[in-house]
Design a protein around this ligand. Structure first.
Ligand code: OAD
Length: 252
């Protein structure tokens, strides 16, 4: 493993631009369940009953309660060493982007600055009629809530069948197509169009590094596969990178 990490660090030391593409696995060590693992959310619940617009219209009380429950969990947990390592690495690059499928806000809480949130953010809500934005803070409604205009208030997350926020996806694609090193961390990389990000990076010539506990559809395409927990592997990469960077600075 350490030899592979050194190979990744070699690439980082000559990189101008870095992309870190993340999925639910990066937050697993914070205590947030993933979607498709053995104990994942979609093993217990059907996405089509909760994570789509028609389900919301059919049963706004249930969907509102479900997102309140998830937001409460996300408030109670903390970013883990993987999130912090990513935020630390950003400080060394002028062009660095975190492109996440997660809605949990943990990258921002860990200090990541240049962030593209492809599937929205559970902290934001808006009225489906007049689009007014709502920040519910520490209020966790257990049934549907309504805007002053009478419209239903929904979480600002992407549901199945919905388009990704255009500005976020366009910015992410641009970063992916121009990066030198791309990490794909804790994602099964099966939900498109988000899963195009590491593919675009690789097709545009980037060095692709996968960090995952398991093999994925992307593993074959990756230049280096680091199998294990992102909260353990990412801090080692960043420490090794900082050590080598300091040695370089001393030499020059
Ligand atoms: P998945 O649940 O599909 O995949 C999680 C991945 O993380 C798996 O490949 C695991 O092997 C890996 N993993 C788990 N724990 C890990 C750890 N500690 N370190 C490293 N890897 C770990 O989640 P996503 O790929 O994020 O979309 O799913 C993508 C999208 O599907 C989500 O954004 C969501 C979901 O349906 C929407 O809701 C629109």
């Amino acid at each position: 493993m350490i030899e592979l990490i050194k190979k990744v660090v070699d690439k980082l030391l000559i990189a101008n631009s870095v992309v870190v593409f993340t999925g639910a696995g990066v937050s697993a060590e914070s205590g947030i369940p993933t979607f498709r693992d053995k104990d994942g959310l979609w093993q217990k619940l059907k996405p089509e009953e909760l994570a789509n617009f028609n389900a919301f219209l059919r049963n706004p009380d249930l969907v509102t309660e479900w997102y309140s429950h998830r937001r409460k969990i996300m408030h109670e947990v903390k970013p883990n060493s993987g999130h912090y390592a990513i935020a630390e690495l950003e400080k060394y690059f002028e062009r660095f982007a975190v492109i996440t499928q997660n809605i949990d806000n943990l990258h921002r809480r860990a200090g990541s600055k240049n962030l593209f949130e492809l599937h929205g953010n559970i902290e934001r809500n808006y009225c489906i009629k007049c689009k007014k934005q709502y920040d519910l803070g520490d209020i966790y409604p257990d049934k549907a809530i309504y805007c002053e205009c009478g419209g239903l208030i929904r979480p600002d997350v992407v549901w199945f069948g919905e388009m990704l926020p255009e500005d976020q996806f366009e910015g992410a694609v641009k970063a992916a197509k121009t990066c030198d090193v791309c990490f794909s961390v804790g994602t099964s990389a099966v939900v498109f169009p988000a899963a195009y990000i590491p593919i675009y990076a690789k097709q545009s010539g980037a060095f692709l590094v996968e960090i995952n506990q398991n093999q994925t559809d992307l593993s074959q395409m990756a230049d280096v596969v680091l199998q294990g927990k992102s909260g353990e592997i990412l801090p080692i990469i960043v420490e090794e990178f900082k050590k080598r960077k300091n040695q370089e600075l001393k030499r020059n």
